[in-house]
Design a protein around this ligand. Sequence first.
Ligand code: AMP
Ligand code: ZN
Length: 111
Amino acid sequence: MCIFCKIVNGDLPCDKVYEDEKYLAFKDINPKAPIHILIIPKEHISYLSDVDEENKHIIGDMALIANKIAEDFGIHKTGYRILINNGPDSGQEVFHLHMHLLGGKKMVFTA
Ligand code: AMP
Ligand code: ZN
């Protein structure tokens, strides 16, 4: 079972900031910005590229959750970045779909 599925199941701890029936959001263990939160579907999907017509709503749902969390953390006016890595060249390390929410500092684009 992947580490994010273990977090969903409660086998691994997390610093939870949001949960509903289908999604979970928690603080990144190795934050790259003052606010760095991961939003995941509870259902295991390995890659963004596995998303299809049937489950594409997951991406919209995660974006709305990111917006809500940004408000909760007071960064909805200062701005924030959402990011999904997909596959080897992107630097994806955990193969369970997740959206990064980054904020709390001025960011520059890096590739
Ligand atoms: P990615 O490179 O897009 O796959 O990002 C994976 C992210 O998961 C990294 O930013 C890690 O710091 C983070 N991460 C890995 N393990 C954990 C964990 N147990 N709890 C919270 N964040 C984690
Ligand atoms: Zn998983």
